[in-house]
Write a protein that binds this ligand. Structure first.
Ligand code: MN
Length: 223
């Protein structure tokens, strides 16, 4: 009895001693982005795919003795030192958290004057930016992401990454701070758009949270 009690106390302490990654609530309802992103896709994407990355990240960190490390940016910045499971799930958690936040049902979000000017200087126009972003997303073979990042030289750059990789990873070919992302895994669009990734990439622009993209850009400009 005494041993059983000791074991229970130990189990309680060991399960609660370390901070773990948790999934923030989705900032809108599953059906809020209809008809551009359907409710069933949102529900499965958030409650199964993203939740899975969070659970598996906590497990993978524990396996390598890193439980309690909840500095996601630091983990991503040293990702080449970690296991594939840490890489895939840390990327999956970061990428989806950003993605939910740069989408919104709100129709009156706006680019800040600063970001609008930077986009115009870099890409020529907003339309040219969108075209290049869609191109990066459309040509990513298989699963991955398209990104708008601010590089360490303070340049706006569009790039794409495979799987759950991202530009914060120390071994990413293009490194920078992501301010906008599009998920091009089939799980992000297949139920509604099937094989038509291009149609999904046209629709997604109707639900972008430009306030949030602008806020993320402004954060990179604070010296
Ligand atoms: Mn996804």
């Amino acid at each position: 009895m005494k041993t059983a009690l000791k074991f229970m106390v130990f189990a309680l302490i060991s399960s609660s001693a370390f901070a773990q990654f948790t999934q923030a609530p989705l900032p809108y309802a599953y059906d809020a982005l209809e008809p551009f992103v359907d409710a069933q896709t949102m529900e499965i994407h958030y409650s199964k795919h993203h939740a899975g990355y969070v659970n598996n990240l906590n497990k993978a960190l524990k396996e390598v003795g890193l439980e309690g490390n909840t500095d996601l940016n630091a983990i991503l910045g040293n990702i080449s030192k970690y296991s594939t499971a840490v890489r895939n799930n840390a990327g999956g958690h970061y990428n989806h958290t950003l993605f939910w936040n740069v989408l919104t049902p709100n129709k009156d979000t706006k680019l800040s004057a600063d970001l609008a000017a930077a986009i115009e200087t870099t890409f020529g126009s907003m339309e040219a930016f969108k075209t290049q972003m869609v191109q990066a997303a459309a040509t990513r073979f298989g699963s991955g992401w398209a990104w708008l990042v601010v590089t360490p030289e303070n340049k706006l750059v569009i790039c794409s990454t495979p799987n759950q990789d991202n530009p914060l990873m120390d071994d990413a070919p293009v490194k920078g701070t992501p301010i906008f992302a599009i998920d091009v895994w089939e799980h992000a669009y297949y139920l509604k758009y099937q094989n038509k990734r291009g149609d999904y990439l046209q629709s997604i622009w109707s639900v972008i949270n430009w306030d949030e993209v602008s806020r993320l850009y402004a954060q990179t400009q604070v010296k």
